[in-house]
Design a protein around this ligand. Structure first.
Ligand SMILES: NC(=O)c1ccc[n+]([C@@H]2O[C@H](COP(=O)([O-])OP(=O)(O)OC[C@H]3O[C@@H](n4cnc5c(N)ncnc54)[C@H](O)[C@@H]3O)[C@@H](O)[C@H]2O)c1
Ligand SMILES: CC(C)=CCC/C(C)=C/C=C/C(C)=C/C=C/C(C)=C/C=C/C=C(C)/C=C/C=C(C)/C=C/C=C(\C)CCC=C(C)C
Length: 641
């Protein structure tokens, strides 16, 4: 074996090159020093030319290790793209011995990597575009598995639609203040688990009522934290449907309990998926059975009263922006039961704290996040995603790219000019962009609200047919009912939102746009004044109105969309794509991935994505043969949707 070594003290780069027979190998290490002590080490296994003067390592993969891991490392199997490349043993003398098992020719390497970048430039395992909850969960889960991750966020703080902003002493949640999956029990508390993974625990305030519905014919239903109380209130309104109510919600519990019994990881990773089927066959078969079903069909098996069916529609609408017939049964069950199982809990200090804690945890686990980093394109080399380019011209490279932008933004903007893969064409056949929303953040005098006011309200006054229409239903959250510290003393926050298409706001001169904002907001506030809080208008001390254009601008979501919604009646969750994409090395995460809209839903997509990426970069178990079979099967299943 021929061995060369070159140390570049300035860059802390060490190159080891090996010649075995007529094959060339190299190993590149990026050494991090704290004082004169080795604190970390990035290893890349590569093929390279053997003249030191023109050493151009072509990386096949990196692995980042903390000082402790470096010390304790014994034997490592090293894999890339499904090919086991070799085994290296960390010797006591500090050098690496590489024993190849199967080897790529230099041509194959060039085909895979297609560039002459140095190991230093390509030091990340994953670049995550966007720091919504989906992106942050994917990034933190990868970081704790030992991957080196770079998160690039366009805005100045993390969180996307789960972010926050501050004005005049108020801390406003940008989006929803209803947090599912944030309890201290079960397997589905994914927000709690994501925080715990990076060593964070947030103080929370239990919400006694998930939502108070104010519906046509003066139907008023409070969804109490205690399941029994909720069922009692609903059956009081629909005594003739008691049996149907119990049967419908019991079926939801059956699914929820099956979900809650599983360890949640990537459904695109066969070793895990088949393992779950083996350990929990009944639960997995239950979920497989309900995967293509929708809540409205199941409700109709048991319930006949049209008003009660409309109530189930409203229950589904608040979590899917569509009626029950279009809402996947698994998703409906998840939210209709979690609110009673773990309960809805509000983080002290506001929802924005979740993203802030995840971002902090990410950095503490050796990864990075950059703000004001607007990714304008994904760089491809020979069809593989290898890096990203920012609007200021900077480029970053990694083994894998994870996009937390919506699929419409990822494929329509970041990969502009590339042909839309057929998987994405299929996705767009089944799903359309849900409309955006108009949001009003207000500060009001506290005395306008009765002391027992609930935190969250859903208002649809007279006409059920307006449920899904733009401006038809009104969502209202008053987070200061739970955490008074979010507003100055004697004030409450009212966060009001309603669906609104961007088309209503396009092409208006600034003066007309501002006037329209005032007009539409005034109508919505008048409706709330009439229905809920007399004197509301005169109690307003702060008001800021956001339109779909605002959401497009600040959340970087195409048309400011709320998320994907089915074009027609979907086959439950069957058509929803997971995280891998048709582009090698590119993954999606967030609400245009399985299982769809919702903070808990995108957190699950983050967990799944991190698991799949980790398997692909050698940090989790993987079986290339089973992978190919499962990915083909899932692709085929999606075409049935
Ligand atoms: N609308 C609401 O009321 C509301 C509120 C809270 C949460 N939610 C839920 O959150 C879900 C969305 O979460 P998510 O994780 O999918 O994404 P997200 O939209 O919340 O976050 C995406 C992030 O990526 C950033 N980004 C997008 N393109 C970028 C680019 N090119 N370069 C750099 N950064 C870029 C955005 O700035 C944003 O911070 C929604 O489905 C919704 O259910 C909604
Ligand atoms: C074949 C295959 C693949 C398979 C087989 C079978 C199996 C195993 C399966 C499995 C499955 C699973 C695991 C699944 C899971 C799922 C989940 C987790 C889901 C979740 C979901 C969630 C959701 C959807 C949520 C949502 C939420 C939301 C949206 C919310 C919202 C809220 C708001 C807006 C607020 C309101 C307010 C007021 C009222 C004011």
């Amino acid at each position: 074996m021929l061995q060369f070594q070159s140390v570049d003290p300035q860059r802390n780069l060490v190159f080891h090159c090996y010649k075995l027979g007529d094959m060339n190998f190299g190993q590149v290490g990026t050494l991090g020093f704290r004082g004169d002590k080795l604190s970390s080490m990035g290893l890349g296994f590569c093929s390279c030319q053997l003249q030191l003067g023109s050493l151009r390592p072509r990386n096949l993969g990196n692995r980042f290790m903390s000082g402790d891991q470096v010390k304790t490392m014994g034997l490592e199997g090293y894999k890339h793209g499904g090919v086991e490349l070799g085994v290296y043993r960390w010797s006591r003398s500090g050098s690496c011995v590489v024993r190849p098992r199967s080897v790529l020719s230099v041509d194959e390497v060039v085909e895979r990597e297609g560039n002459g970048r140095t190991g230093e430039e390509k030091q990340y395992d994953a670049i995550v575009i966007g720091s919504g909850i989906g992106g942050l969960v994917a990034a933190t889960q990868l970081a704790v598995k030992g991957a080196r991750v770079l998160v690039l966020e366009k805005y100045v703080i993390p969180g996307g639609s789960s972010g926050f902003y501050q004005r005049d002493g108020y801390t406003f949640d940008v989006g929803s203040s209803v947090m599912f999956g944030f309890s201290d029990k079960g397997n589905l508390n994914l927000i709690t688990q994501a925080l715990e993974a990076v060593g964070c625990k947030m103080q929370v305030i239990p919400d006694p009522t998930t939502v108070h519905f104010h519906l046509p014919s003066n139907l008023s239903v409070r969804v109490h934290r205690q399941y029994g109380e909720f069922i009692a209130e609903l059956t009081k309104n629909f005594p003739h449907e008691k049996e149907g109510i119990l049967k419908f919600y019991n079926e939801c519990w059956k699914i929820f309990n099956a979900l809650n019994s599983l360890e949640l990881k990537s459904l695109e990773e066969p070793i895990y998926l088949f393992g779950q089927f083996f350990q929990k066959p009944l639960e997995c078969l239950t979920l497989a059975y309900y995967l293509p079903q929708n809540a409205g069909d199941i409700a109709r098996k048991y319930i006949k009263d049209p008003q009660l069916l409309s109530f189930i529609d409203a229950e589904c609408f608040i979590v899917s922006t569509v009626n029950a017939l279009q809402t996947p049964m698994i998703n409906a069950s998840m939210v209709l039961c979690d609110r009673h199982f773990g309960g809805i809990n509000y983080p002290v200090g506001g929802v924005g704290g979740i993203a802030k804690s995840l971002a902090k945890g990410l950095v503490e686990n050796g990864s990075e996040i950059l703000y004001k980093a607007n990714v304008t394109s994904i760089i491809l080399a020979q069809g593989k995603a290898v890096g990203v380019k920012l609007s200021d011209g900077r480029e970053f490279f990694a083994k894998t790219i994870v996009s937390n932008a919506t699929r419409w933004d990822t494929f329509g903007k970041l990969l502009k000019g590339e042909e839309l893969p057929k998987e994405e064409v299929n996705f767009q056949k089944v799903y359309v962009k849900a409309p955006s929303f108009l949001s009003i953040h207000m500060g009001v005098k506290a005395e306008v609200l009765p002391p027992d006011t609930d935190c969250h309200h859903f208002v649809l006054e007279n006409d059920w047919s307006r449920l899904e229409e733009p401006y038809g239903s009104i969502f209202l959250s008053i987070p200061t009912m739970l955490d008074a510290s979010l507003a100055p003393e004697g004030r409450h926050i009212l966060h009001i939102f309603t669906t609104s298409p961007i088309e209503d706001w396009k092409g208006l001169p600034l003066k007309d746009y501002e006037a329209k904002k005032e007009l539409v907001a005034d109508e919505i506030i008048s409706r709330l004044e009439k229905k809920l809080f007399p004197g509301l208008k005169s109690s307003i001390v702060f008001k800021e109105v956001g339109t779909p254009k605002t959401h497009r601008r600040y959340l970087a979501r195409d048309n400011g969309t709320y998320g994907p919604m089915p074009r027609r009646t979907p086959k439950g969750l069957l058509g929803m794509p997971f995280n891998t994409t048709a582009i090698h090395g590119l993954y999606c995460v967030g609400d245009s991935c399985f299982p769809g809209q919702g903070v808990i839903a995108v957190a699950f997509s983050g967990v799944m994505c991190a698991h799949r990426v980790a398997a692909d970069i050698g940090l989790e178990k993987k079986s290339p043969v089973l992978d190919a079979a499962l990915l083909r099967l899932l692709g085929w299943l999606r075409t049935l949707a």
